[in-house]
Design a protein around this ligand. Structure first.
Ligand SMILES: NC(=O)c1ccc[n+]([C@@H]2O[C@H](COP(=O)([O-])OP(=O)(O)OC[C@H]3O[C@@H](n4cnc5c(N)ncnc54)[C@H](OP(=O)(O)O)[C@@H]3O)[C@@H](O)[C@H]2O)c1
Length: 315
């Protein structure tokens, strides 16, 4: 089968031929139809995740496909089922950037479920990691109707779900966006935007919101700015980073609640974000759709910045 993999961590991802994996007890073999790209894919390729792995290491954590074989002891899924989710389990190595993957019915680090009737393959593959993160992080900082939320890094894969969900919750969304994305991010639900390339974000937000904001969510890796932005949050508010950039002194703040967000109960988050998309309450903005052989390029592009929603893969 075709697969995009690294021969060993640290190598450049490449398209290669590999044997079709065999499902062990409790696992299913899935013929993949679609996948999507996340920053964690390059992190895995570079060996940044502290999880055991096999070599060559097939990349890709998000995917959608059809169960073509069920191993012994599989109880809930049957051959023919269409499934999607975050195919993440130890050891890493059987990713979704391939014609086939094997996955446990209940992945220990991810989440897998049946695809709702009629949901297109690339939509189902775009939702898991970014959508679960968006929903979980917004709930972690208590975003709700009547409250304001500053979202830094709002234009990427996670951000496009965060903006839409926060707006749907009835919150006032202030989102960072370069000029090319300004109109689009407002259409997704932002009430106001801040261009982080033309001046200090905190200063710009202070001008429009002199009393500060209720909540702040950081989706970037800009650790140096987290404290400035958290300083905009009113007493009793909340701030979180999804990239572990919240510094230890702020984590113990008594003024505001600060967390480094870690996803919990992924199966529940996956079911809920998928339901939002299936009901049409959120859209899934796809920046580009590539074929399997173009994944190495797409990974490099994603790592270089400029994401505007999700990059999906047709397999
Ligand atoms: N904790 C978790 O469980 C979890 C789960 C999923 C993802 N993550 C992490 O969350 C981060 C975001 O993921 P993603 O999928 O949304 O990434 P992405 O698709 O690459 O998007 C990142 C976005 O941030 C923008 N950006 C970059 N630097 C910025 C800055 N200094 N200020 C404002 N915006 C900036 C980028 O646009 P420009 O390049 O045009 O500025 C891009 O639109 C990644 O680091 C990822 O690893 C964590």
């Amino acid at each position: 089968m075709r697969a995009v993999a690294v021969r060993r961590t640290g190598d450049t991802p490449e398209l290669m031929e590999m044997p079709v994996p065999r499902p062990a007890p409790g696992e299913v073999l899935v013929a993949l139809e679609a996948a999507s790209v996340n920053p964690v894919d390059m992190g895995i390729a570079e060996g940044l995740l502290s999880m055991p792995h096999t070599n060559p290491l097939v990349l890709g954590v998000d995917g959608m496909g059809r169960v073509t074989e069920a191993g012994e002891e599989v109880r809930g899924l049957t051959v023919g089922d269409l499934v999607h989710g975050q195919f993440l389990r130890a050891p890493l190595g059987n990713g979704t950037f391939a014609d086939y993957t094997v996955v446990t019915e209940f992945p220990d680090r991810g989440a897998l479920q049946r695809v709702p009737d009629g949901m297109p393959a690339e939509i189902a593959a775009a939702l898991p990691t970014a959508g679960m993160t968006a929903l979980g992080a917004l709930e972690a900082i208590g975003v709700r109707a009547g409250r304001s939320v500053l979202i830094v890094g709002a234009t990427g894969g996670v951000g496009v779900f965060v903006v839409q969900l926060a707006a749907a919750f009835g919150a006032e969304v202030i989102a960072t966006a370069r000029p090319d994305a300004d109109r689009w991010i407002r259409q997704l639900g932002a009430a106001g935007t801040v261009d982080y390339t033309t001046g200090d974000v905190a200063e710009q937000v202070r001008r429009t919101h002199p009393g500060g904001v209720d909540t702040f969510l950081d989706l970037t890796r800009d650790a140096a700015r987290f404290g400035d932005y958290a300083g905009l949050v009113r007493d009793g508010g909340a701030a979180a980073s999804v990239t572990f950039t919240a510094p230890p002194d702020l984590l113990t703040s008594e003024r505001i609640a600060v967390t480094n967000f870690q996803m919990r109960d992924k199966p529940d988050l996956l079911a809920r974000i998928t339901a939002e998309a299936a009901a049409g309450r959120i859209t899934v903005p796809i920046q580009q759709s590539v074929t399997l052989d173009r994944i190495p390029e797409a990974l490099a592009r994603n790592a270089a910045g400029g994401a505007r929603g999700k990059t999906t893969v047709r397999i």
